[in-house]
Design a protein around this ligand. Structure first.
Ligand code: CMP
Length: 356
């Protein structure tokens, strides 16, 4: 854009309505035009941020993980939050088209906008509109989740037939596979109720009872891993070594953690390989190691794998490990760590105090 076009363009944006001609010209001297090709990520969520951007041409998307939060069009701006709050970037931004941006460094932002209360009010208006819109989206999403969970619960009704079969089909009384399926249905219902309670921001009580982790693992082996297309279906074996006494834990919580970790291990492993679950006790804690001989976690991604939305899988969404960490640390006051398996692969270690 030439200078006259730029001046005209900016004077139409509410942030600059109260700038004199000289101020606008001086401001432009200190801002820089930046060309960005379609698809380029300008910055990632969590990066430090030292500048904001005004879109002159083209379009960018603001996103977190695989959720698009906003599309920013010509005349709008982004990247102001990190510099206002002196915090890392709240979201990632990528160009949706070849775009032209005006980059405003922190010092210029402070010099020009902090001196202009009316510009600050204009910015507050934009931020307030974003909050209002996000609240509407949040409300709508909550309604949708509510509707879907309600219908999912209805769709689960035929699984009550499992109990009917157990009672009426000769030879099925006390069948272990049926019992695993009945438990899976009950777990799903609890998880759905928890999802709803979470969306309502209600405190969720997670029941913790003394139980046998050895038995839980046997159940998971027989009812999930052996028949899972990416585990048993690829000829992978899950072997258990050691044993633990009964101790208090959330059965549903550890079911979710072990399923996530074993599936990750399987996805990193060659077909026909072996995953070991090693159970032991260390002082006053239960220790569970999930050991694979797979491709390992490259050095450069090791520090990112517990970050939300980080994934190395093409179709992953980066929430599995976060959920494991939350369940181990928040529900059980334990910890979840990983290190390379001697030789090859990765070992994830869960430590849960017996006093959880
Ligand atoms: P910043 O946090 O510096 O970097 C990411 C930018 O995305 C952020 O500034 C805002 O400009 C923009 N952004 C973050 N959250 C929202 C939102 N809810 N609606 C619109 N834009 C947003």
């Amino acid at each position: 854009m030439n200078r006259t076009e730029l001046l005209q363009f900016l004077s139409k944006i509410d942030l600059f309505h109260f700038f004199s001609g000289e101020e606008l010209t001086a401001f432009l001297e200190e801002a820089a035009e930046v060309q960005t090709a379609k698809g380029v990520v300008l910055f990632h969520e969590g990066d430090p941020g030292q500048e904001m951007y005004i879109v002159l041409r083209g379009m960018v998307k603001v996103f977190r993980g695989n959720r698009v939060i906003d599309i920013v069009k010509p005349g709008d701006y982004f990247g102001e939050m990190a510099i206002i709050e002196n915090q890392p970037r709240s979201a990632s931004v990528a160009a949706l088209e070849d775009s032209l941006l005006l980059q405003v460094p922190l010092a210029v932002f402070q010099e020009y906008f902090s001196r202009q209360p009316k510009s600050l009010v204009a910015m507050m208006r934009t931020l307030s509109q974003r909050v209002r819109r996000d609240l509407e989206i949040l409300g709508h999403d909550y309604e949708q989740i509510n509707i879907m969970v309600h219908d999912m619960k209805n769709l689960l009704t035929p699984f009550h037939l499992l109990e009917v079969m157990e009672r009426t089909v000769p030879g099925l009384a006390g069948n272990r596979y049926l019992a695993c399926m009945v438990k899976a249905r009950a777990d799903l219902l609890v998880l759905m109720e928890n999802a709803l309670a979470q969306a309502k921001r209600l405190q969720i009580e997670t029941p913790i009872h003394a139980d046998s982790l050895d038995q839980l693992i046997v159940d998971l082996q027989e009812s999930v891993w052996m028949i899972h297309p990416e585990i048993g279906g690829r000829g992978l074996r899950v072997e258990v070594t050691g044993s633990l006494p009964e101790f208090p834990f959330s059965s549903l919580g550890l079911c979710r953690v072990l399923s996530n970790l074993v599936l990750n291990a399987a996805q990193a492993s060659e077909a026909e390989g072996c995953i070991t679950i090693a159970l032991s006790r260390e002082d006053d804690a239960a220790v569970v190691k999930i050991i694979d001989q797979g491709c390992g976690i490259p050095e450069e991604v090791r520090e990112k794998i517990f970050q939300p939305h980080f994934t190395t899988k093409a179709d992953g969404n980066g929430i599995g490990l976060i959920s494991c960490k939350q369940i181990i640390e928040e529900t059980h006051r334990g910890n979840l760590t990983f290190e390379p398996t001697p030789g090859q692969g990765t070992t994830f270690t869960i430590r849960i105090p017996f006093s959880a």
